[in-house]
Design a protein around this ligand. Structure first.
Ligand code: ARG
Length: 292
């Protein structure tokens, strides 16, 4: 495992682009053959070549921004493996493994843990059902944790024990937004020296219950509130390095909001992968290596 370099590029707007390491999986076996979220309709045809081409655009965008992208070998019979965000959650070289809610994705958990182990990460086997970075987001020093559809409340306790960090539980209520990363985008650097004071997020208020909305309002008074229109094209399922934010080209309002705040939105269309209920963030797992 290589040690993380934090090459930072400051921009004219004061936003800082941080170097990132990501794990992706080429969707060579992508299709929709079962339904585990409302987006998936097996009767609708899918185009695997198109999925691969769109995925390649995302890969190329990361490389063009100077990020490192690692690849995990796709496995036949696991069409959702392209959504690597669900494969685990990593901080400082420790990888908390995933334990999938649905049988169809079950074998992905061990496959990702093997990959982490082979690269020298300290793997923590999960007891509780959790779907990795799909439901856990690191914002500053805090882990925002989603529940309601996939990861359980018990996994929120477990992840807190693994990383010894504050975990804030949030409840999702709209089945279209079944993972936290479909309803919240982390915009700012997440691992600055001594913590990040100004870590901000964007979110879709209507995806949460009242209590969670209140928590989000209190903790992130400057958050970007995204419209239902942008949320429903998976606008929030995006990936930021602190300055460049890769988003869906259909999230027009969010694009404008990001520009107003001094971010640089970059549009990548993953329409084919949306047939499986996933977007940009779903295809991206952040590898936070041990710090030197
Ligand atoms: N078909 C996959 C599932 O339902 C999509 C996963 C999307 N991933 C995400 N991080 N939101 O599990």
């Amino acid at each position: 495992m290589s040690t993380q370099e934090t090459t930072e590029t400051a921009t004219a707007t004061g936003r800082v682009a941080q170097h990132r390491r990501y794990l992706m999986c080429r969707p060579e076996h992508f299709t929709v053959s079962y339904t585990i979220n409302p987006w998936m309709e097996p009767a609708k045809p899918t185009d695997t070549a198109k999925a691969v081409a769109q995925w390649q655009d995302l890969y190329d965008a990361y490389v063009a921004l100077g990020h490192e992208v690692e690849l995990i070998e796709p496995i036949i019979g696991l069409p959702d493996m392209v959504y690597t965000a669900n494969g685990g959650f990593l901080i400082d070289g420790v990888a908390y493994g995933a334990k999938f809610r649905f049988r169809e994705r079950g074998p992905e958990g061990p496959a990702f843990m093997d990959w982490f182990r082979d690269r020298g990460y300290d793997v923590r086997q999960p007891v509780e059902v959790n779907e990795g970075e799909g439901d856990f987001l690191l914002v500053g020093d805090t882990i925002l944790a989603g529940t309601g559809f996939r990861s359980t409340g018990d996994s929120h306790r477990e992840i807190g024990e693994v990383f010894g960090r504050e975990v804030v539980s949030l409840t999702l209520t709209d089945p279209r937004f079944y993972h936290l990363d479909t309803a919240i985008a982390v915009l700012d650097p997440v691992q600055g020296e001594g913590g990040v004071e100004a870590a901000n997020i964007a979110y879709l208020p209507s995806a949460f219950d009242e209590r969670s909305r209140q928590i989000l309002t209190e903790r992130y008074p400057d958050a970007i509130l995204v419209s239902d229109e942008d949320g429903s094209v998976f606008g929030l399922n995006s990936s930021s390095d602190g300055y460049n934010v890769i988003i869906s080209p259909r999230a027009k309002g969010f694009e404008a909001q990001l520009r107003e705040r001094g971010y640089n939105p970059i549009m990548v269309d993953l329409s084919e992968l949306l047939l499986g209920g996933g977007g940009i963030k779903c295809c991206t797992l952040e590898l936070r290596d041990a710090r030197s």
